[in-house]
Ligand binder design. Sequence first.
Ligand SMILES: [Zn+2]
Length: 408
Amino acid sequence: MSFSFEVRSRLDDRPGRTGVIHTPHGDIETPAFIVVGTKATVKAVLPETVHELGAQAVLANAYHLYLQPGSDIVDEAGGLGRFMNWPGPTFTDSGGFQVMSLGAGFKKVIAMEVSDADDNAVAAGKERRAHVDEDGVTFHSHLNGDRHRFTPETSMRIQHELGADIMFAFDELTTLMNTREYQERSVERTHRWAERCLAEHRRLTLERADKPYQALFGVIQGAQYEDLRRRAARGLADLVVDGQRFDGFGLGGALTKSQMGEIIGWMVDELPADKPRHLLGISEPDDLFAAVEMGADTFDCVNPSRVARNAAIYTADGRYNVNTAKHRRSFVPLEDGCDCYTCQHYTRAYLHHLFKAKEMLASTLATIHNERFTVRLVDDIRAAMRQGRFDEFRADFLGRFHSSTRQS
Ligand SMILES: [Zn+2]
C-alpha cells in the first residue's frame, strides 16, 4: 500500500504535531493547508500557478464533479489529477456536505451560532431540497433541479472514479440547530454509513486493482456534545470491515468558532496517533493555530480565493479591501514583504484599477496572493513547531494580525 503517515515532531503537552503524509502522487508535509478546487479548478488560476505558490495538494468536490462533467468522464481522463493537470496529491470530499447544505440552504457550518433547536431548520428564503433516510439522501441538483440519490455506496463509487489520493466517507451533515436527540441518531447513522463505505471501498479497491491506492478517511460528527464526539471518534477508530480500517479521519460537522479547539481535542483524544486528521473548512489565522495546536494535520477552505474575488486581501496586518478609494494611487505591493508572484510584480493601484474595471485578471492576481498567504502561514506554523517556538510564533502573528485588522 502506498499510503502512510509519519509523525516527525510533537508539541509539548498538547496533541499538535508535524508529520508527512505519503500518497501515490507525492508527500504532504503537515500541518498543511489544502487549496480548494471545487470543480477541478482553483478558480481563476492555473494549476501550475497553484504549484508555484507552494500548495502541496488540491481538494475537489465529489458532488459538483458528479453533476458536471460526471465522475465517469474524470475516470476516463485518468482521474482528477490527470484531468486538471495537477501532478501532486488530491483530495475529494464525499459530497455529503454539499448535498445536505445546499439542501438546507446553509453555506457555512463553522460560523453557525446555536439558537433554538429545530430539526427542520432551513436558511431564510430557502426551500429544503435534500431529504435524509436510513439508506441515503435524495436531493435536487442545484444546477437544474433534477432528482438524484446519494448513498454511502454511490459516494464511494463516485470518489473511486474521481481517483483522488484521499477520500472521505459519506456522513450526515447536521447543524447546531438540530436537537440533541437528532444529533445522537445522526452519529449512529453516520457510523452505519461508515461501515457501508468501508465495505464498498474495499470492494472497489479490489475491483480497480490496477489504479493507485486511494485512502479513505472516516468523518466524525457529534456537534457540540463531548460524549457524542468521543463516542463517534472511538467508533470509527475501532471500525474494521473485512480487514479494512480507515486510513485517517475527517474532523467534521458543526463547530462554533469559540469551542473549536476544545471539540477537536475531544476527538483527537480518542483517535490513534499514527493516522492523519483533516479538518474541513477553516482558513482564518486564529482557527488555523487553534486546530494545529489540538492535533489537526490538514485543512481546506474556499475562503482565501472566494474573498480574493471580492477584492479582500489578507496580510500579516489583517485584512483590507483593495477596492477602496485610498488605494487608487498606492504604488506598493498588496502586502509589504510578500514573496508571491502578484506582490513581486504588481501594485495595489493596479489591482484597484482591475477590480474597478471588472477585469478578470483582478481575480487571478488577488487569488495568487491570498492562497500564498494562507499556504505560507501554515508552512510557517510547521517550521515554528519543528523549532519548538509554536507559542511564540502564534502570539507574535495573531498579536500583529488582530491589532491592525480592519485597516480599511
Ligand atoms: Zn503577495
